[in-house]
Design a protein around this ligand. Structure first.
Ligand SMILES: Cc1cc2nc3c(=O)[nH]c(=O)nc-3n(C[C@H](O)[C@H](O)[C@H](O)COP(=O)(O)OP(=O)(O)OC[C@H]3O[C@@H](n4cnc5c(N)ncnc54)[C@H](O)[C@@H]3O)c2cc1C
Length: 189
């Protein structure tokens, strides 16, 4: 048996009698806390959040482009959404957004199970930021000149995504992370 003296931030001194049982339970709870904390630690937490955030930016651009395409009328007073080339862009966007959502969900589940590897997070960040940039560019096309003015959200997302694509690892660097993971060979230098 021993007595442990501890001081709180308010300088209040506390004496705890430590018996072998108390010590065992204390160690156990510390180990359990550490295990839970390890399981909750995602490699590149900010990076995986970017993977989710990019999907939000893409959804905003898609929604704006869809509404605009249905409302904007050109040749023979038809909505531009009635043209195959415009529909092709909208279909590309909604398909890639859906795939990106599934990737984010999958990596999130791996994280919850404590099985997320940095390469998973690299794939999430790399793919979803690229997808959001492409979606913003296609949305900007659909809006014509209105795509570059700040009456609509497209340019704001495009500008933001340009910086997001650089921080927390560029597209190229994440390819190298994934490449090393699958081949076992580092191609960084
Ligand atoms: C808005 C913004 C906010 C930021 N916030 C932070 C922050 O909070 N904290 C922080 O620490 N940093 C921050 N950064 C810095 C950011 O992490 C770096 O800019 C980024 O890592 C790229 O480094 P770099 O600019 O030196 O480019 P470089 O490393 O010079 O890369 C330039 C180009 O070369 C490519 N490249 C580099 N090495 C290789 C290689 N081995 N193989 C193939 N291609 C390669 C890159 O992919 C890129 O295309 C921020 C950047 C921006 C734009």
């Amino acid at each position: 048996m021993m007595v442990r003296m501890t001081a709180s931030s308010t300088n209040e001194v506390k004496a705890t009698i430590i018996t072998p049982r108390v010590e065992r339970e204390r160690r156990h709870s510390t180990a359990a806390r550490m295990a839970v904390s390890r399981a909750r630690t995602v490699p590149g937490l900010t990076r995986s959040r970017i993977g989710w955030g990019a999907v939000g930016a893409a959804m905003a651009c898609y929604q704006t482009a869809l509404e605009y395409a249905k409302a904007r009328r050109q040749f023979e007073d038809k909505p531009i959404a009635a043209h195959q080339l415009v529909q092709d862009k909208l279909v590309w966007m909604i398909t890639e957004i859906s795939k990106a959502q599934l990737l984010a969900l999958h990596v999130g589940r791996l994280k919850d199970q404590g099985r997320a590897h940095p390469a998973h997070v690299s794939m999430l960040k790399m793919n979803n930021v690229w997808m959001a940039q492409e979606t913003a560019r296609k949305a900007r096309d659909i809006l014509g000149a209105n795509g570059i003015v700040d009456d609509y959200c497209i340019m704001r997302h495009m500008n933001n995504l340009e910086s997001v694509s650089t921080y927390e690892g560029t597209h190229d660097i994440h390819r190298l992370v994934i490449g090393e993971r699958i081949t076992g060979i580092s191609a960084f230098v």
